[in-house]
Design a protein around this ligand. Structure first.
Ligand code: G2I
Length: 378
């Protein structure tokens, strides 16, 4: 068992993020800046990196061969997550037989581009392989622990944040009555976090859910769980807010909700953002979410749930930042502007911020300290 406290784990991670951004990351994200001056970045990843954050997309390995898909991913994003390739049905189709081909392909791609990687998801009631669905009691517990151990140890050192447990609560704040809950009882979530911590002590370990876009019964229940885990030393580092939204979303308590979780000492991440709609109403919601994240210092980054409307899981709602031809939509500009306007630097709430509060925090020392004012880093 790892001896680090959750806070120590997060601090180690923050330094690793800093190192990544000061090497390949800046070049890969296309940041353009003049030495000694702050200047608006012209891609999502570069704009997010200016305040120490990532901007990611959910990706499927089978689309990487499509030039528009790959070039948009590589140009705009400095983080990716597997939309499906790291789920239980993909990674352990038969008990004890792991298949990492799709996930490995995505990790290699991310590394070649200097991107961070989010892992999604170790345990979920959906997309379980058939053999899991028939397991009961301790057999299911052992299978879950073995799965977490097998997947998280395979990717140890390569995943920045893991969605350890996904969607375990109902709207009313009760536990979802999945096979996981019914067969293992309330303790299965903390067991999952402890297993993930043992397998990958340096990853940021997240609980991830939807419908938590404000202060409501569901987010209240998750808040109480995180509070309890933190008080008992259960290794949770982060809460993911999926944020599958529509243009008429009421986000009046969105930022306040992120902040109350951050105040518990965990990072918060927007993990599956998409907004059904079009034009200015869609752009407005994207802008609000982005401004809320960058206003919360522990909001490390945002992931959109896909690159192009063409391959979205809700394609008919055209919820993403690029249309079917990879053209930037109005929402794209709203996000870019909000990222560029960020005034708080992500650094965790424990005083061990990777940056110094300025936009230059993630710039390589050599870049900060030398070079004529006209030097461009591309
Ligand atoms: O449902 C939207 C997301 C909600 N939060 C958790 C996410 O993991 C979830 O993602 C979606 C993927 O975007 C879909 O692509 O999860 C779905 C599964 O519940 C994914 O759909 C599945 C289809 O159901 C399968 O038929 C298909 O084989 O995608 C698979 C791979 O294309």
């Amino acid at each position: 068992m790892n001896s680090s406290s959750p806070a120590q784990r997060t601090r180690r991670r923050a330094r690793a993020v800093l190192a990544a951004f000061t090497t390949a990351g800046l070049a890969a994200t296309g940041v353009v800046a003049l030495a000694g001056t702050a200047q608006a970045a012209d891609t999502l990843g570069a704009a997010a990196a200016e305040s120490g954050r990532y901007y990611g997309a959910a990706v499927a390995p089978n689309f990487l061969g499509e030039s528009g898909y790959a070039s948009t991913l590589n140009r705009e994003f400095n983080s990716l997550v597997a939309e499906n390739a790291m789920k239980w049905d993909a990674t352990e189709p038969n008990q004890g037989q792991f298949n990492f081909s799709g996930g490995d392909q995505l990790v290699r791609h991310a590394q070649s581009q200097g991107m961070e990687v989010r892992g999604h998801t170790l345990v979920w009631h959906a997309q379980q392989p058939g053999w899991v669905q028939g397991l009961t009691g301790n057999n299911l517990r052992q299978a879950m622990l073995n799965h977490i151990s097998g997947v998280a140890s395979h990717y140890a050192g390569q995943i920045d944040s893991w969605d350890v447990v996904n969607e375990a609560f109902e709207w009313d704040g009760s536990r979802r009555q999945s096979n996981l809950q019914q067969q293992m009882g309330d303790g299965w979530i903390e067991d999952a976090f402890r297993a993930a911590d043992a397998a990958d002590p340096n990853a940021t370990l997240c609980y991830n859910d939807y419908g938590t876009d404000g202060i409501n019964a569901k987010s209240d229940a998750i808040y109480r769980m995180v509070q309890d885990f933190r008080s008992r030393g259960v290794p949770i580092d982060c809460v993911g807010f999926q944020s599958h939204l529509d243009s008429n979303a009421n986000l009046s308590s969105y930022q306040q909700n992120l902040q109350r979780f951050a105040d518990l000492g965990v990072d918060v991440q927007i993990t599956e953002l998409d907004v059904g709609g079009s034009g200015s109403s869609q752009a407005n919601v994207y802008g609000q979410v982005t401004r809320a994240c960058v206003a919360v210092s522990r909001c490390n980054g945002i992931t959109v749930w896909g690159i192009t409307d063409k391959y979205s899981w809700r394609a008919s709602s055209t919820p993403l930042l690029f249309d079917s031809n990879y053209n930037k939509k109005q929402a794209y500009q709203a996000v870019l502007d909000a990222l560029n306007a960020a005034t708080t630097t992500h650094g965790g709430g424990d005083g061990d911020a990777p940056g110094n509060g300025s936009a230059a925090a993630y710039h390589p020392a050599a870049w900060r300290e030398s070079g004529p004012a006209t030097e461009q880093i591309t």
